[in-house]
Design a protein around this ligand. Structure first.
Ligand SMILES: [Cu+2]
Length: 184
């Protein structure tokens, strides 16, 4: 069979590229131990209809030595941090005389001291939500039936919003909360 010279070059180039990709896949699997993300054990699953029994009360817990855990339940269109404090009470206490009257005045606020490490465990009661923390390396998808976990270090004081970045319905844009990192 006659194969044109340039056709042959291209066949060789394509075969070499395919071979290189396949070798990279094999090297990732066999040498670097790359595996698909998977769930280490069943504690990462939760029944979204039985969160009270299986996930427990949302809230921030001090584990000592600057370590905290935060259990959070996302649902349309709030993050339940288990906190009694809201944007409204926070801003009115912090800036006396001001009146905070946003549509989101009911959103919750939690406080941690500078230098804290917080392990967030978060799940959803209804649909898929998102979870990011402003100016921090924290970005997870909140899927009903799963418990997402992320560990975040807070090294600078300030007010950082937790935002939902996964469209979850009519009031998605109002779905946020606040972490206040306080100077000690
Ligand atoms: Cu959302």
């Amino acid at each position: 069979m006659h194969i044109d010279q340039y056709e042959r070059y291209w066949i060789i180039i394509v075969a070499a590229v395919m071979g290189a990709f396949f070798a990279a896949l094999l090297a990732g699997l066999l040498i670097f131990g790359v595996r698909l993300p998977s769930t280490p054990d069943s504690s990462y699953f939760v029944n979204p209809l039985a969160l009270d029994a299986e996930f427990g009360e949302p809230g921030l817990r001090n584990m000592g030595d600057g370590q905290y855990t935060a259990h959070i339940i996302a649902q349309m269109w709030t993050f339940d941090l288990g906190s009694d404090e809201t944007y409204k009470t926070y801003f009115e206490a912090k800036y006396p005389g001001s009146t905070y009257s946003g549509v989101d005045a009911g959103n919750q606020v939690i406080h941690v001291p500078v230098g804290s490490r917080v392990v967030f465990s978060i799940t959803s009661r209804d649909v898929t939500h998102g979870f990011i923390i402003e100016r921090h390396n924290a970005n997870i998808e909140v899927v009903p039936g799963h418990i997402g976990q992320i560990s975040v270090m807070f090294n600078e004081p300030g007010e950082f919003r937790i935002l939902c970045h996964e469209y979850c319905g009519r009031a998605h844009h109002q779905m946020h909360a606040l972490i206040v990192v306080e100077e000690v």
